[in-house]
Design a protein around this ligand. Structure first.
Ligand SMILES: [Zn+2]
Length: 464
């Protein structure tokens, strides 16, 4: 019995527009509750929604970035249900005619198909306090895009790869900040474990607000369903809540079916008709996306896949790398420094790329050791001083003068007679110890390779 997990993910992402999707209230975050509201987003009877053009543009940017077919004639629908965060009793969304369909994202050589991309309105935010629930309508009516994947994902790890790529695309297109902690990007995976090619019964997990929770939640659910099937049981179609503290899922409710929502066309909004010219205009102004950047970094700039993959996924890092690369043509070296050193500092992008390159050149020319350069980096970021200034202040210019290095080697031989004796008797691993001693003496200002060679040359010839 071969069991195969299949995971599809529904992602909701808030668009970065100035105003809400059907009224002119500003889109805000973290402000005093219920201060950016009006009769439209409060759902008063008799009000008329007016579609936000920017929201359509950003939805289109997402759909195009996800390689979707664009519906030139999409429609809004009412999804009817009552919930405290939706007092008008329905949500305006797209149902039969979403803007985008049949797209895909490639992750690590695998294609994840996208079923649909559509625009809808955000509900109010519910805040639970003890036995009371408070409502904040600042969030009601914020434009929301739903992105639904096909069940092509097979593990928690793959789900995270997919979501990270999606998050990067949302950010690069300027459509959303896609900050999961702030609820700007929320994901609900549905998981089924099928026997062979047969599909299993789906369950859905809610309340996953970090990549780690997504991975754990999915893997937990695969294991749970696999256990049930192996024991001859039947998986029930339910909605689950992820409990991060207990690291397990628990049943929230039995799943509603689409029919429960009684969708019908929104009578207050005309069909959304897009023209070819409009779509072409968006395509022409579409920014370079993570996958395009990665290809360019590897093929045109000679980066390794590893560094290209990391840098191309992060907008700030990609910008920084590209600015620095204009200043020096050793692109792989720049990329390596960014990925292994620079990103350890939160505000690294404050560091002027010219200073950064100056430091890398000093290392490249052998004037400053790699170790010393790594120490200089945080100070450069904090103080804004140039690499040369700090290097001079701290007297970090490399000791490249061989005779003074040799003196130091003899000194450390003298200071550590027992270790020297063992080294002389062939215990080669002690070379590392002596290199370390010399590096300490020079405060990292020596090239360890040169020190290593001088030690080897002198151990046979000299007795301390
Ligand atoms: Zn409003």
């Amino acid at each position: 019995m071969e069991l195969k997990p299949r995971i599809g993910i529904e992602v909701h992402t808030q668009l970065k527009t100035k105003t809400k999707v059907f009224c002119s209230c500003p889109v805000t975050f973290g402000e005093e509750p219920n201060t950016h509201i009006c009769p439209v987003c409060m759902g008063y009877p008799g009000v008329l929604p007016v579609l936000n053009k920017k929201a359509v543009e950003l939805t289109l940017r997402i759909a195009l970035a996800l390689n979707c077919e664009i519906d030139m004639h999409s429609r809004f629908a009412r999804k009817n249900y009552f919930y405290p965060d939706l007092p008008k009793g329905y949500q305006i969304t797209q149902y039969m005619r979403p803007i985008g369909r049949n797209g895909y994202i490639d992750i690590g050589g695998k294609r994840i198909r996208i079923n649909r991309v559509h625009l809808e309105e955000e509900t109010a935010k519910m805040i639970h306090r003890g036995d009371k629930t408070l409502l904040d309508f600042n969030r009601a009516g914020v434009p929301l895009v739903e992105i639904v994947s096909e069940p092509d994902i097979e593990s928690g790890e793959e789900a995270v790869l997919y979501l990270k790529m999606l998050q990067a695309i949302l950010r690069f297109t300027g459509a959303s900040d896609a900050d999961m902690e702030k609820g700007m990007m929320r994901c609900e995976p549905n998981i089924s474990v099928g026997v062979g090619d047969e599909l299993g019964t789906k369950t859905e997990i809610k309340n996953l607000n970090s990549f780690r929770a997504v991975q754990r939640g999915i893997d937990y659910e695969i294991k749970r369903q696999t256990g049930i099937i192996k024991n001859g049981g039947k998986v029930e179609q339910v909605t689950l809540l992820w409990d991060e503290a207990r690291k397990e899922t628990r049943i929230m409710r039995k799943k509603e079916t689409a029919a429960d929502y009684r969708y019908f066309p929104e009578p207050d909004l005309p069909p959304l008709v897009l023209t070819r010219e409009y779509i072409e205009g968006i395509k022409k102004t579409q920014p370079e996306l993570p996958y395009g950047k990665k290809r360019r970094y590897v093929e045109d700039m000679g980066l390794r896949e590893y560094e290209a993959g990391i840098i191309s996924m992060d907008m700030v890092m990609a910008q920084y790398f590209e600015r620095a690369s204009e200043l020096w043509d050793k692109h792989q070296e720049i990329a390596k420094w960014i990925v292994s050193e620079l990103i350890r500092y939160k505000n690294y992008d404050k560091l002027n790329p010219e200073n950064f390159i100056q430091l890398l050149k000093l290392v490249d020319e052998g004037k400053v050791s790699r170790i010393a350069a790594k120490d200089v980096l945080p100070e450069m970021i904090e103080s804004g001083k140039s690499a040369m200034e700090i290097v001079k202040e701290k007297n970090l210019l490399q000791v490249s003068d061989e005779s003074s290095l040799k003196d130091m080697v003899l000194e450390v031989f003298n200071e550590n007679p027992k270790e020297f004796e063992r080294l002389k008797n062939g215990e080669d691993k002690l070379i590392g110890f002596f290199v370390g001693q010399v590096m300490k003496k020079t405060k990292g200002r020596a090239d360890p390779k040169v020190v290593n060679r001088i030690i080897r040359e002198n151990v046979k010839q000299n007795n301390p």
